[in-house]
Write a protein that binds this ligand. Sequence first.
Ligand code: CA
Length: 229
Amino acid sequence: MSKILIVEDEESIADLEKDYLELSGFEVEVKNTGNDGLERAMSDEFELIILDLMLPGVDGFEICKQVREKRDTPIIMVSAKKDDIDKIRGLGLGADDYMTKPFSPSELVARVKAHLSRYERLTASGRPDNEVIDIRGLKIDKTARRVWMNGEEKALTTKEFDLLTFLASNPNHVFSKEELFRNIWDMESVGDIATVTVHIKKIREKIEIDSSNPQYIETIWGVGYRFKI
Ligand code: CA
């Protein structure tokens, strides 16, 4: 159950917000002063904070600023004055939403739900995973540019890595040596395509158990190479 902090000095408003949120299944804690609100807002117990701007003691403005320095809990800032909302929005303090009082409690609940689900999506996805190719014991981490064979890391040169990754990213596709040379060496194929042969041989020595009987990079005689999947 998501826990929500309401920092609001007008008790009737705080009660109304609390009732509606509780009816929607949220757990709610209310603080009526800026100082109490700040102290609770800095804890990691809440999934979302509804923050009034004008408060006795520390104001919502300062609370928002201090919370943002430490954490990314969604904050919905509320104020009776539209001008204040515009001012705060302009300052870019990092509140996620702004509402002008009076607002309907159901509108507040809708926004709370929207921000919570957005935040959950963000934190669940987090940093994108590395792009990894994993085929029969051969693991290529394209993002980290590392290669493992049966759990043992293999040191590949830049071009060996590029060539292996290119082939493995296009499995079952036969490439001529010219095509591979153009793709990996990034220049017109006027260079020595024997370079490709040499690199394939080096890669096989590193990733194949028996490089004379390759399981990954197959030689297609008279044509080129293919990564078997
Ligand atoms: Ca107030």
